[in-house]
Design a protein around this ligand. Structure first.
Ligand SMILES: C[S@@+](CC[C@H](N)C(=O)[O-])C[C@H]1O[C@@H](n2cnc3c(N)ncnc32)[C@H](O)[C@@H]1O
Ligand SMILES: [Zn+2]
Ligand SMILES: [Zn+2]
Length: 683
């Protein structure tokens, strides 16, 4: 196994003369034919990359991101890129430009690029439009030292004992005291024809009683009339209440259409619109004494779940219309707090209050709060249950809000035996993240921000004053707001390394809103959002995505030193999106220095769209226009349809800076013929 990045002793000691290089992923230095590096020819750092070694490493990383890069568990972001690719690029640039680099990322999102840079001892300028991303990123890099964090976790755990017990305390069937770890609700709605009220279980098989790999058949089953009982996953049987014969493989709400016993069929959203949905508690999971069990709720558990006496007060704001929020609005949710059962809301509010008294160190309080806010991605009326693996999914899994008629409410604090994404789990991960980061950087980083993009410009991140004395500057500056305006002076950055929105792939602004609201941050600016959104009309007009990207690339290039590089990864199967991208680059005053192809391993992210997934990323290396000769780096053609498509794309990418008129038509014609962009045949 490759060792990953070797922590550099000189960094740990505070002498940052030369940052750590991950030599595994770099080829031997490549000198000109004379044996001397040729000073006047611009060459792409991508020539140093060993694409195969990187792809292998990417594969390992995406299989277990939280082990490879523990700080990413600090805050939720969608479609994070990999440290393997970005770290290797930074190392490649660093081998051409030894010393401490200033790396800027104008689309910093989940913060993988800033992390890859700081763990190598470089300084970072990171900006994102989204306030949740900017706040999360600053908190992730500014984690308190592990000791103080542990003390804060202990203090919070003490304070939470009584309230958590009051909200979730129970007894398992064998008499062991425990807590309710999950509470299942089913949607109840009336037929629009006859008015009969029905429990809308999605499937006959509600949940196995033990994880599927144990091979045991016992399960909870539901009949179409909404009765719940124990049976076997592989045996038909009659409902003990109404005697209907149940096939455990049956689906009751195919394509979100429900059938009433009267024979009438309704779309779920029609029922939600006409009569609204009620949510009835039908099942609980209890955890205690190292065990977990599913069971029908007792009267005590039902009354605790109803939480009649708690009075949550926070208003999280209205759910705006959007591409991803449409499913919520269609099913009757109006405000963000509607996604949460009363007990969950009250518990989260209480936990947030308790964080304040759990430490006198503001950084510790901020970290504890981040864990509590993070737990709200498991919204009790939206999180889906995996009936085979007995775990819940975050409400925005797969880049979507997941509507289900059988949502599960987590124990917001968390139990030791069960509960993904709960506060307790997050706190454990935070401590690990803090330890890991300290191990890599050898000290606590100086992080400034998030500061608003409208603030005054700042001085360079690395430099000396007139007397040659090193400037006291932060290791990381985080900025919130559109990267059309960035705060560093012209010519003060060695490398812009980034990852712009891939057109309309992920609606970051919409998905982050509940987290943002719980964190008490202002709503994301939609002005300047570089993501195309067909529901709101944002950037839908021809050329507007390109124009916005272009202004951001131009501003990013302004920050670059004359010999600096702007490198980013991109994937999209729509040739028209590539046209917009290349136009944006050319208009920003950039020219191509090279390309490389690496595996992105993101098939699961995209599979949902029913189109062929992009599994390769194109890395593009650009430099500011100048008269210097460029020796371009060209990738070898990757295998398969996607490789062939990228080959066509690459031919045009390498002409950026020199694309004449009329190239669109030629490119679109060639690209349209590529097998990769043909609609996928069904069956
Ligand atoms: C592909 S993501 C970056 C992902 C990041 N590299 C990671 O690994 O997590 C693109 C980011 O661009 C941000 N964004 C969109 N429009 C922006 C703008 N005008 N200025 C700055 N950031 C913007 C989005 O909020 C999103 O976080
Ligand atoms: Zn009916
Ligand atoms: Zn029945």
């Amino acid at each position: 196994m490759t060792s990953g990045v070797t922590p550099d002793a000189s960094v740990a000691a505070g002498h940052r003369t030369r940052a750590a290089l991950n030599v595994d992923l770099l080829k031997v230095p490549d000198f000109g034919t004379s044996g001397e590096p040729e000073r006047n020819i611009l060459r792409s750092p991508l020539r140093h990359l060993d694409a195969e070694a990187i792809s292998a490493r990417v594969r390992r990383e995406v299989r277990n991101r939280e082990v490879h890069l523990p700080p990413v568990s600090t805050y939720r972001w969608w479609a994070r890129r990999t440290e393997s690719v970005n770290g290797a690029i930074i190392d490649a640039v660093n081998s051409d430009h030894p010393g401490r680099l200033v790396v800027s990322d104008p689309f910093a999102g989940g913060g993988v690029i800033p992390l890859a840079a700081v763990m190598r001892g470089h300084s970072v300028y990171a900006q994102d439009l989204n306030p949740w991303a900017a706040a999360g990123l600053a908190a992730m890099l500014d984690l308190p030292d592990p000791e103080s964090l542990r003390a804060g976790v202990a203090a919070l755990s003490q304070r939470v004992l009584a309230p958590a017990q009051a909200a979730y305390g129970t007894v398992l069937s064998n008499g062991t005291p425990g807590q309710v770890s999950h509470t299942f609700r089913v949607a109840v709605a009336a037929c629009t024809h006859c008015g009969t009220r029905q429990k809308l279980f999605p499937h006959a098989l509600v949940s196995l009683l033990s994880r599927v790999e144990r091979g045991l058949p016992e399960a909870f089953l539901a009949c179409p009339n909404g009765h719940l009982f124990q049976g076997h996953r592989d045996r038909t049987r009659r409902c003990p209440t109404c005697s209907v014969l149940i096939d455990p493989a049956a689906t009751y709400t195919p394509r979100r259409v429900v059938t009433c016993p009267c024979g009438h069929q309704d779309r779920l959203e029609a029922r939600a619109a006409v009569t609204g949905l009620d949510w009835e508690v039908v099942l609980v999971e209890r955890a205690g004494g190292g065990r977990r069990e599913l069971g029908l709720p007792t009267p005590g558990e039902l009354s605790a779940a109803a939480a009649e006496h708690s009075r949550p007060t926070r208003q999280l704001g209205a759910i705006p219309a959007g591409q991803e929020t449409a499913v919520l609005l269609r099913h009757g949710f109006r405000n963000w707090e509607d996604l949460y059962p009363r007990r969950q809301r009250a518990m989260v509010e209480q936990l947030l209050d308790l964080t304040v008294e759990s430490s006198s160190d503001p950084a510790v309080v901020a970290a504890l709060r981040l864990a509590v806010v993070g737990s709200t991605e498991m919204a009790g009326l939206l999180s889906r249950w995996d009936r085979y693996y007995l775990k819940s999914y975050e409400s925005m899994a797969g880049h979507r809000f997941n509507f289900t008629t059988l949502p599960v409410e987590p124990n917001a604090w968390g139990t030791v035996t069960s509960g993904r994404g709960t506060t307790l789990r997050r706190l454990v991960q935070l401590v690990k993240a803090a330890e890991w980061l300290q191990g890599r950087t050898g000290r606590r980083l100086q992080v400034q921000g998030p500061v608003a993009a409208a603030s005054a410009s700042v001085s360079p991140l690395v430099g000396t004053d007139v007397d040659g004395v090193a400037l006291q500057r932060p290791d990381v500056l985080v900025v919130a707001g559109s990267s059309q305006r960035q705060l560093l002076p012209t010519g003060s950055v060695d490398l812009v390394l980034t990852d712009p929105p891939y057109h309309d792939d992920v609606q970051y602004g919409e998905l982050s809103q509940p987290l943002q609201a719980w964190a008490g941050l202002a709503s994301p600016e939609s002005v300047g959002d570089a993501v195309v959104n067909r529901a709101t009309g944002q950037l839908v007009a021809a050329g507007s995505y390109s124009a916005l990207l272009s202004s951001i690339f131009r501003e990013s290039a302004r920050l670059l030193r004359p010999d600096g590089h702007l490198i980013f990864s991109f994937a999209n199967r729509d040739p028209k999106v590539w046209v917009e991208l290349l136009e944006a680059l050319q208009r920003a005053g950039l020219r191509a220095a090279g390309c490389a192809v690496v595996h992105s391993e993101n098939e699961t992210d995209h599979a949902k769209r029913g189109v062929r997934a992009c599994t390769l990323d194109l890395l593009l290396d650009l430099v500011p226009l100048s008269t210097k000769p460029v020796e371009q780096h060209r990738p070898a053609t990757a295998a398969g349809d996607e490789g062939q498509f990228l080959d066509i794309v690459t031919r045009y990418v390498l002409q950026v800076g020199d694309l004449g008129t009329g190239w669109h038509e030629a490119f679109l014609e060639q690209a349209a013929a590529a097998a990769f962009v043909q609609p996928r045949r069904r069956g």
